[in-house]
Ligand binder design. Structure first.
Ligand SMILES: NC(=O)c1ccc[n+]([C@@H]2O[C@H](COP(=O)([O-])OP(=O)(O)OC[C@H]3O[C@@H](n4cnc5c(N)ncnc54)[C@H](OP(=O)(O)O)[C@@H]3O)[C@@H](O)[C@H]2O)c1
Length: 268
């Protein structure tokens, strides 16, 4: 029996995508298969996706000319997984593997294959991710639309050229960690001023969620929204002056620059 989509690697990313795709009715559960080498993880997946197939190995009968593959393994396992996929063939491959170029994926196949590379981020686990996609040498606009429809099940999708994928990695890929660092620091600041950690956490996390919602729902720019809370000579102005004095803006610029450079190094 062949499948519309085979997810190769049923770990965190693979299972989050499977959940999102089924919730969005992207395909019927029976049209989805997950290939996973770990028998313990296969048991977990078989319970979680009771109406889909969880495979221990990929066979010719699982793939037909319209089957797509979603590659969700760690970078160290990508070559082995690709060798396996190439032996059975696939019409399209969408990879979320960090640092793996479309050219390298294409070189695993003897015939031209449509390869799309994506850089998602961890909020895809709660279907609020943002992913960037870039197409390889043999993709058509239908292939990109296909990839977009898969990642749209777990958040928003933006098209970029492949040379910008390292920038995406350092910005939105690593981005959640930057925001968590800021959140941790603000929670500590509240505790330092005498609040309990729990009260401080609720205030900071609530402020973060509310600010993000205000930004996306009003369509106003961050500058406009910041100006709205910054009365002349007021409390926010005093706090912001201190942050600008400590070069926080420059620190973020340098942080993204370092992350992008590291992504380029790892991809070489
Ligand atoms: N998590 C994120 O937020 C995030 C964001 C952007 C990009 N990514 C990319 O997503 C990919 C997956 O990350 P993850 O967090 O989901 O990793 P993960 O939880 O470790 O899942 C990977 C799964 O693939 C399985 N696997 C290993 N070799 C395989 C093979 N040859 N065929 C099929 N399955 C195989 C692993 O099984 P074993 O445990 O038995 O090895 C594991 O269950 C990575 O390349 C990462 O760069 C992740």
């Amino acid at each position: 029996m062949s499948f519309e989509l085979i997810i190769v690697g049923g770990g965190r990313m693979g299972s989050a995508l499977a959940e999102g795709l089924l919730a969005a009715n992207w395909c019927q559960p029976e049209e989805l298969a997950i290939l996973e080498p770990s028998s313990t993880q296969r048991d977990v997946l078989a319970k979680q996706f009771a109406h889909s197939r969880v495979l221990a190995s990929l066979e010719l009968e699982h793939v037909d000319p319209s089957s797509g593959v979603l590659l969700c393994v760690k970078p160290d396992h990508a070559d082995a997984a690709l060798r396996n996929i190439a032996t059975v063939g696939a019409s399209r491959v969408l990879s979320v593997v960090a640092g793996l170029s479309t050219a390298r994926i294409e070189s695993s196949f003897v015939t031209p294959v449509a390869v799309i590379r994506a850089m998602p981020n961890t909020p895809v686990l709660v279907r609020k991710g943002v992913s960037a996609i870039a197409g390889g040498a043999h993709v058509t606009s239908e292939d990109l639309t296909w990839a977009e429809s898969i990642l749209a099940a777990v958040g928003s999708v933006i098209r970029v050229s492949e040379r910008n994928i390292d920038v995406v990695t350092g910005l939105s890929g690593s981005g959640p960690a930057y925001f968590y660092l800021v959140i941790e620091a603000l929670i500590d600041a509240g505790v330092h001023q005498g609040l309990s950690r729990e009260v401080s956490r609720q205030l900071v996390v609530g402020t973060f969620e509310g600010s993000a919602a205000l930004l996306s729902e009003t369509g106003e720019t961050p500058e406009e929204l910041r100006a709205q809370v910054t009365s002349p000579g007021g409390t926010t102005a005093a706090g912001l002056r201190m942050l600008e004095g400590r070069a926080v803006r420059a620190a973020f610029l340098e942080a993204v620059s370092a992350a992008v450079e590291r992504s380029r190094q790892l991809g070489r």
